[in-house]
Design a protein around this ligand. Structure first.
Ligand SMILES: Cc1cc2nc3c(=O)[nH]c(=O)nc-3n(C[C@H](O)[C@H](O)[C@H](O)COP(=O)(O)O)c2cc1C
Length: 324
């Protein structure tokens, strides 16, 4: 039977299906369920600096007394970090698959101070959810890129565990950016984070949220960038966004993904859907006589293509002209 085992940032995984960071990975009970359902690894729900900051603002009740505010800030932050590190410890005791902590912060000292605490608690790796929403016209592109790279360098300098960086899709050059993240200290780059989806209610004249969940169509974005980036950087590539079935995972692996992350499909079908996906990958591998994932990873990437130019502009022109 096909062997699904892979390594991810040096960690051995029994298969490439990773339960993505979400509300489904925020309790030990659910993390255990991910393991029972066949996940290769689990990324915990992110620890959000801004969420903690919002709690602090609530707690401070409008006080402007600096010392009081500092005190509340430290207490609240310590309490939240303690809850998170306890979850890491409990999860590590409860499961044998790798447990990856996830953190989203906006201030540099927060990363430097708290990532080591997650590692001390036993996290096998950390995933930095680096999601900036640059609304300010003064935020230049180079400043933003600099923030990403300096943050990864700062975290790399204070921990020894593998680091994955999860980013959004809005960059001028994804391949170059992935490679720069690697040089800054990232072992893997997760392509892509799914941001809050903005929608508009035209009757109520109000902004509203779109669906938080992806559809399989969303996968094409990760496929595009993984096919052209695979094999040209030492960063491992992780597909995230639109992986709903075993076949979607196979597509991402053929593109060159090291592992794939699943989230919306688990909300829709239950965590046990991982088992169906795993079985479907095996069935596909058996049908095509592959005994290991390494035999076909990146098979459809630009690097391994006989017609690499077809991945670039030609692909776009072909899509347009075929419609005429
Ligand atoms: C309800 C929900 C909560 C999420 N929470 C987090 C989070 O805490 N941290 C994070 O990095 N990503 C979070 N995500 C994003 C997912 O990890 C994933 O990157 C995204 O949903 C795309 O994958 P999918 O198409 O399989 O859903 C969340 C997604 C959903 C739907």
């Amino acid at each position: 039977m096909a062997d699904l085992s892979v390594t991810y940032m040096g960690l051995p995984l029994r298969n490439p299906l990773v339960a993505a960071s979400s509300g489904l990975t925020k309790s030990v009970e659910q993390i255990r369920k991910c393991e029972e359902s066949g996940a290769g690894a689990v990324v915990l729900k992110s620890l959000f600096e801004e969420e903690i900051q919002a709690e602090i603002d609530d707690q401070s009740g409008g006080t402007e007394h600096t010392e009081a505010l500092d005190y509340i800030r430290e207490l609240e932050t310590a309490a939240d970090i303690q809850i998170y590190t306890r979850m890491i410890r409990d999860a590590k005791e409860a499961v044998s698959i790798p447990v990856i902590a996830s953190i989203n912060a906006v201030s540099r000292n927060w990363w430097e101070k708290h990532v080591p605490e997650l590692v001390d608690a036993g996290a096998d790796a950390v995933e930095l959810n680096l999601s900036l929403m640059p609304y300010d016209f003064k935020d230049s592109e180079s400043n933003i890129l600099d923030f990403y790279l300096r943050t990864v360098e700062a975290v790399r300098a204070c921990v020894n565990v593998p680091i994955a960086v999860k980013v959004g899709q809005h960059f001028t050059s994804i391949p170059a950016f992935v490679d720069r993240l690697k040089w800054a200290g990232a072992n893997a780059v997760v392509l892509f984070n799914r941001f809050y989806q903005l929608d508009i209610d035209v009757e109520a004249f109000k902004l509203k949220s779109g669906s938080p969940f992806s559809t399989p169509d969303d996968l094409s974005l990760a496929l595009r960038w993984i096919t052209v980036t695979y094999g040209k950087t030492d960063a491992e590539l992780v597909a995230s966004g639109g992986i709903h079935a075993g076949e979607d995972a196979v597509k991402a692996l053929l593109a060159g993904a090291q592992t794939v992350q699943v989230c919306s499909a688990l909300y829709k079908n239950g965590i046990e859907h991982l088992e169906t996906m795993r079985r479907d990958i095996i069935t596909w591998m058996d049908r095509h006589k592959f005994s290991s994932i390494a035999q076909f990873r990146g098979k459809l990437s630009q690097k391994r293509s006989d017609t690499p130019e077809s991945f670039e502009r030609l692909q776009y022109i072909k899509a347009l002209t075929e419609r005429e």
